[in-house]
Design a protein around this ligand. Structure first.
Ligand SMILES: *Cc1c(COP(=O)(O)O)cnc(C)c1O
Length: 559
């Protein structure tokens, strides 16, 4: 450094001298006699280089893609207040403590006879069987109530459920990762992919990965697109463009893999993605776009055919999220309903996620992500040929995994068979139609868009009617349904367990509306859900709002 600096200064002066000579020869000399153009030029170049670098590299650390600059500014002031004003900070901490207290006490109510340590001596099997029955009973309270949204998808058939349990229990110690030890489990896994791919237009060969659930399927697909974009197109700042209604797993993939998530608007009458907004958000760093079939919140499906043609034109991926709808939608044509194309028969669809453990009716912990090509699937695989523990390769996020999950899916697909799936699909889709019709006849509420598959949400049309108050009243009557937001609504995901009970659902909604109408002031805030959403929506910074709801997870994992 000591030697370099004088040399640099010397060089600089030589150059400067030379530049001055040049400068004197130009006509500029006449106008700016005292102006040292060389230093200025150097300064300007340095500033421009720095400016360009800043423009390309400095991103607003907290700015959501969809946040306006005004919202961002507001959030910054809020963060400043939280960080530097002890009063505001302690207020938030206090609110978090109150929330933790309230979540924890509701967990406490569901908890009994806590175990905090492993016993000195193992407990004998009779006692364990008693304990097992106690656990089973506690977990079965909602079974057969017909008042649960989604969650429990299998038909209420005790013998079928027992057969599934009997089948799976032999594979709880097996691990498809070791094909040599468990060749049958390996075969079941490959066959689950083949059978599922067949339903979605993979004619010659199944190309997919078995995962633990829809979330993992989606995360793996996004990983594949990110890696594909990097290796095939040299994209190192990838983004994906998703409808605002896309599942949270896409946002999670963005967080995990540092993919920018660009959120396309939802049309406020059809509740499908606004195609023009989505198209406008695609740029040269976009690796894929997404459509849901249907989405979880509102039950509406995005126009997959239009999305496919955009993806094809732009030479990027299109992921169809059929986690919820897949096993209902693939059989629609077999009972005479045309939902349009949404699978690999549509050029432009490059991956599909589909859950066996939802309307595939399998026991929990199994989903499949399908890919159009093996090359794309390979981008989701992980391998480490040089690992000290030996050459290592796995297809999904897990290392060792349980054979029972895949056995459950294999058992279910085989023992239900196509005819029954068609029948179930018809029952669920008919129930969806009739629920939409009944809800549309209630003047105070409105159904979100035109849900066709297996999930229906409604919102309030009246200012005096807080829709979360309906949710609150129904919850007290034993319903376990979901509240959605943006706009506020209540949704039910139809299953073979609850479709027989929808008349009751509509009746209870009507009664709840009457109750609120009689006393609108009392229900203005919308009960517990209304309060939770009210609080999180008042927090301008999404990171802080997220911190506030993470308090719930603390209580979930606490004993
Ligand atoms: C349930 C669901 C998922 C995620 O599935 P998990 O199995 O809960 O991880 C993804 N997309 C949609 C539309 C869903 O309904």
């Amino acid at each position: 450094m000591e030697q370099l600096l004088p040399i640099l200064i010397q060089e600089y002066n030589v150059l400067k001298q030379y530049a001055k000579e040049l400068y004197k020869q130009t006509s500029m000399h006449e106008y700016t006699k005292s102006f040292d153009i060389f230093d200025t030029a150097i300064l300007v170049s340095i500033i421009s280089v720095l400016g360009l670098w800043a423009l390309r590299n400095l991103r607003f650390p907290n700015k959501d893609y969809n946040q306006s600059y005004f919202e961002y500014f507001k959030a910054q002031i809020f963060i400043f207040l939280v960080n530097y004003c002890p009063g505001v900070n302690s207020y938030i901490e206090q609110q978090k403590a109150i929330a933790l207290q309230s979540f924890s006490s509701s967990m406490e109510k569901m908890t009994s006879k806590k175990t905090l340590k492993i016993p000195e001596n193992g407990i004998d099997s009779d006692t364990m069987m008693d304990k097992m029955n106690e656990w089973i009973e506690r977990d079965s309270k909602h079974n057969g109530s017909g008042k649960v949204s989604g969650s429990l998808y299998v038909m209420p058939d005790k013998q079928f459920i027992k057969n599934a349990q009997d089948f799976c229990k032999h594979f709880i110690y097996s691990n498809p990762m070791h094909a040599d030890l468990w060749p049958a489990t390996r075969q079941m896994e490959a066959e689950v992919i083949r059978m599922t791919g067949d339903l979605f237009g993979q004619e010659k060969e199944g190309i997919g990965i078995v995962t633990t659930g829809g979330t993992e399927s989606i995360i793996l697909a996004m990983l594949a697109y990110r890696n594909w974009g990097e290796s095939q197109k040299g994209i190192n700042k990838p983004n994906i463009v998703i409808p605002e209604t896309a599942h949270s797993a896409f946002y999670r993939a963005g967080e995990y893999f540092k993919i920018q998530v660009r959120v396309a608007k939802i049309d406020q009458s059809s509740f499908q993605v606004d195609i023009n907004d989505l198209r406008a958000k695609i740029d040269s760093n976009t690796v894929c776009i997404v459509g849901s079939f249907p989405n979880f919140g509102y039950g509406t499906s995005d126009p997959i055919e239009q999305l496919a043609s955009i993806a094809k034109k732009k030479k990027i991926g299109l992921h169809v999220d059929a986690c919820l709808g897949g096993f209902t939608a693939v059989f629609a044509k077999d009972h005479g309903v045309d939902l349009g194309k949404f699978d690999f028969t549509l050029d432009g669809v490059t991956s599909i996620s589909c859950d066996q453990h939802k309307h595939g009716l399998a026991p929990k912990g199994v989903s499949t992500v399908l890919f159009k090509t093996k090359q794309l699937r390979e981008h989701a695989f992980f391998s480490l040929a040089t690992w000290s523990g030996g050459a290592y390769a796995v297809p999904s996020m897990q290392g060792s995994k349980c054979g029972a999950n895949v056995a459950g899916a294999w058992f279910t697909l085989q023992s239900i068979g196509k005819k029954k799936y068609i029948d179930y699909s018809k029952k669920i889709m008919d129930a969806t139609q009739s629920l939409v019709k009944s809800l549309s006849e209630i003047p105070e509420i409105k159904v979100f868009g035109n849900p066709q598959i297996n999930c229906v949400a409604f919102m309030s049309k009246e200012t005096w009617l807080n829709v979360y108050a309906i949710h609150e009243i129904l919850t007290h009557q034993g319903w376990t349904i979901s509240s959605v937001q943006k706009p506020a609504g209540v949704h039910i995901s139809l299953t073979l367990q609850n479709i027989g009970n929808l008349k009751q659902y509509v009746h209870d909604i009507k009664a709840a509306i009457e109750k609120i109408k009689a006393n609108p002031k009392e229900y203005k805030k919308g009960g517990e859900m209304g309060t939770v959403y009210g609080t999180t929506q008042r927090i301008p910074d999404s990171k802080l709002a997220n911190q506030a709801i993470k308090v719930y997870l603390d209580s979930l994992l606490k004993i």
